[in-house]
Design a protein around this ligand. Structure first.
Ligand code: UDP
Ligand code: MG
Length: 376
């Protein structure tokens, strides 16, 4: 087996993360294409395959390729947790300063990776792939996707046109701050924008699936719409929830006072009309109090959760009088740091069968359940 630039001693600079669910026929060809594509990079790399609870021979295939190559890291979920969770686990299980993500079904072409990396080095935080001549069925995949992309662009203001392309490269500072929960991998460009990342989208190849089946059908259109609604509402009022409630609370309160005043001074003649004004005024007044208290409660929740500690955008430190500019996350608040030291999350019981560059890795059953959680 070809020995690396990314040799066992060199820390990987580029970490490729690939989620796999029932992709047994794709593992070996994908691995070989990756090795060919990354051979000329000139920097050490590693690839993390995350088996998302496959029920076919994917895991055996992965063990087979990992046994040959110390640059391969394997992570295994005990059941199917979904592509987003698999991506999150892969990112945590690697160490490179640059993260590359792509699908494990060979629809993305690993040969595009060096070009994306070159563009990233021009100063971007993330380079998204845009699939040229997408090789999926028009009615069930491309058309819904066109509509969803259009809607997401309208609602979120992102300029990325192909939100469904999994092939992208990004800096670790960014990758570790993405909130990869639920099925949010489709909104990575939007999350990156909201963190202030410098992003660009470039054309990449797309190929038909040659083995295995897609894991998504038309049902995902509904889930995309649901996630979009959640994301749009979160991004508007998340940092200061009170600001979302206070306007309506004050307006409703003023309306209530106005209506009650009309009822008391008798702007409307009949007793029934006065009662109606008073009643409507009370409802508006109580709604106002309820909204105000909801805002306070949300404010308590946000502050108590410590979420705002990670709410700083990505930023760059420019040393005065020096040319050097670097992307930075403050050490105190870096999720990268907290991720390293924190205990593995109980909800993601992924098995990590092998750490990077572990020459002693054996394909024995014991080694397959080596440890739980993130890489030290
Ligand atoms: N995938 C995964 N977990 C899932 C669904 C999909 O890890 O629950 C992986 C899948 O094996 C593939 C990638 O995510 O590597 C994209 O999935 P798929 O090709 O089915 O999506 P499509 O290209 O059809 O949108
Ligand atoms: Mg695919």
């Amino acid at each position: 087996m070809q020995q690396p630039l990314g040799s066992q001693d060199a820390a990987a600079e580029v970490s490729v993360v690939i989620p796999l669910y029932n992709e047994e026929g794709n593992v070996r060809p994908l691995y070989e294409e990756l090795v060919r594509a990354l051979a000329g990079l000139g920097r050490p790399w590693e690839v993390c395959f995350v088996d998302d609870g496959s029920r076919d021979g994917t895991w055996d295939q992965l063990l087979d390729v990992a046994g040959d190559d110390s640059r391969v890291i394997l992570v295994r979920f005990s059941r199917n947790f979904g592509q987003t969770t698999a991506l999150a686990a892969g990112i945590r299980s690697t160490t490179g300063r640059i993260i590359v993500t792509l699908d494990g079904d060979l629809q993305n072409n690993p040969a595009d990776i060096p070009r994306l990396l070159d563009v990233l080095e021009r100063g971007y935080d993330v380079v998204h792939g845009r699939r040229q001549r997408r090789q999926d069925s028009f009615w069930t995949r491309r058309l819904p996707s066109l509509a969803a992309n259009w809607l997401i662009r309208r609602v979120t203001g992102t300029e990325v046109r192909d939100l469904g392309c999994a092939l992208r490269v990004m800096r670790r500072e960014l990758a570790e701050r993405l909130e990869l929960i639920g099925e949010m991998h489709r909104f990575i460009p939007v999350m990156a924008d909201s963190l202030g990342a410098l992003s660009v989208e470039i054309d990449v190849q797309h190929r038909p699936r040659s083995s295995g089946r897609t894991k998504y059908g038309l049902g995902r259109t509904f889930r995309v719409l649901r996630d979009l609604a959640v994301l749009a509402s979160l991004s508007r009022g998340r940092r200061t929830p009170m600001s979302r409630f206070s306007g309506s609370a004050v307006a409703s309160g003023l309306l209530g006072i106005g209506l009650m005043f009309c009822g008391i001074v008798g702007i409307a003649g009949s007793a029934a009309a006065r009662t109606a004004f008073l009643l409507a005024g009370e409802i508006a007044w109580f709604s106002s109090v309820a909204m105000w208290n909801l805002g306070l409660l949300a404010e308590h929740l946000v502050r108590g959760s410590g979420w705002e500690k990670n709410a700083l955008p990505l930023y760059r430190i420019v040393a005065p009088g020096s040319e050097s500019v670097r992307s930075a996350v403050s050490p105190q608040i870096s999720p990268m740091d907290s991720g390293r030291s924190a205990a593995p999350p109980a909800v993601i019981p992924f098995l990590q069968a092998k750490t990077a560059h572990s020459p002693s890795f054996q394909k024995s059953p014991e080694s397959q359940s080596a440890c739980m959680g993130t890489r030290p």
